[in-house]
Design a protein around this ligand. Structure first.
Ligand code: NAD
Length: 299
């Protein structure tokens, strides 16, 4: 089975590396050839355009920034070069509108589609333990399941096309809500006189603790704001949340506020900053960094 993996970013590169290590015949592609260097040393072949990379391939996997880039692949740039009977497994976080329009084009081409967005961050991608939420036809899922189990520890078929994207958006929103909640709780403690590291340790050992407290607390306190996921992509997820909510008439007041915060942070700091920079706005509003004692200064 020949596989092509397109999009070798923070998530794509470690996922592709796991496929290469598992011995698959793998072609990889990214706008930036440097991102393929390590994969080439694992036996993958780099091709510099998606159109050339997908010819003669049985399965194409994409891990791209978002709807715009996915839509751009659904034409001569990639899809039209795929062979009939092949499968496009789309691993990014996407919206339902683009899912439908891309799938309609894929059907005309005789290409099967699965939406298979992932959760677990760069750590899960490196370890091959991602949660993968799949929408699409069950027989196609069954055919691709062994491959998905190389990159994921929890691979679930959720139903029809689009179900994966819905589940992904519904769970990822908690990451941002929790990040804001964590920073507000820390701010309350720190401004009230408790050391930030002590306050984080208390949160981690109390009823309000979360994966976010364990995973994002330390990079918030050391001022690195967590490389590995971009602020612009975090804001994209919040926008997708509000779009989905509107399309199904869900009222989500907290999500509306959090989307606004991430949007303002993108304007203030730029989309390429680390995602926890959104919380810098809270630090600035309070004139107080959430830092360990030895790194404390005034925001
Ligand atoms: P990223 O920006 O690091 O990687 C995207 C890659 O796609 C880049 O290397 C870019 O060069 C490449 N690319 C863009 N357009 C291309 C094109 N036309 N041809 C070839 N390559 C192209 O993003 P990421 O953090 O790896 O995230 C990828 C997807 O996974 C996003 O949809 C994101 O929302 C989702 N996601 C990310 C995380 C995370 O922790 N980083 C976790 C879960 C889901």
């Amino acid at each position: 089975m020949k596989i092509t993996f397109i999009g070798l970013g923070n998530m794509g590169a470690p996922m592709a590396a796991n496929l290469a290590r598992a011995g698959y015949d793998l072609t990889v592609c990214d706008l930036d050839p440097a991102k393929a260097t390590e994969l080439q040393s694992l036996g993958a072949t780099f091709v510099d355009s998606p159109e050339k990379a997908v010819q003669h391939t049985d399965i194409v996997m994409t891990s791209l920034p978002g709807p715009k880039q996915i839509e751009a692949m659904a034409g001569p740039a990639m899809l039209e070069a795929m062979k009939p009977g092949s499968v496009w497994i789309e691993l990014s976080t996407n919206n339902l509108e683009v899912e439908r329009s891309v799938r309609a084009k894929a059907e005309k081409q005789g290409v099967e589609m699965l939406d298979a967005p992932v959760s677990g961050g760069t750590e899960g991608a490196a370890k091959g333990t991602l949660t993968i939420m799949v929408g699409g036809d069950l027989p196609v899922f069954k055919r691709c399941q062994p491959l998905l189990e190389v990159i994921g520890g929890n691979v679930m078929h959720l139903g029809d096309h689009g179900a994966g994207y819905v589940a992904k958006i519904a769970q990822v929103v908690l990451c941002y809500l929790h990040s804001v909640a964590l920073s507000e709780a820390l701010m309350l403690g720190v401004k009230g006189g408790v050391d930030a590291a002590t306050m984080l340790a208390i949160i981690q050992n109390s009823t309000g603790t979360s994966y976010v407290a364990d995973r994002y607390g330390p990079p918030l306190l050391d001022g690195t704001y967590d490389p590995g996921f971009a602020l612009g992509l975090a804001h994209k997820d919040m926008r997708l949340t509000l779009e989905l909510a509107q399309s199904i008439s869900a009222q989500l007041p907290l999500c509306t506020q959090v989307e606004d915060l991430y949007g303002r942070a993108v304007k203030a700091f730029g989309p390429d900053q680390n995602h926890l920079m959104a919380l810098r706005l809270l630090e600035e509003a309070n004139g107080q960094y959430l830092r360990k004692q030895d790194q404390r200064e005034t925001a």
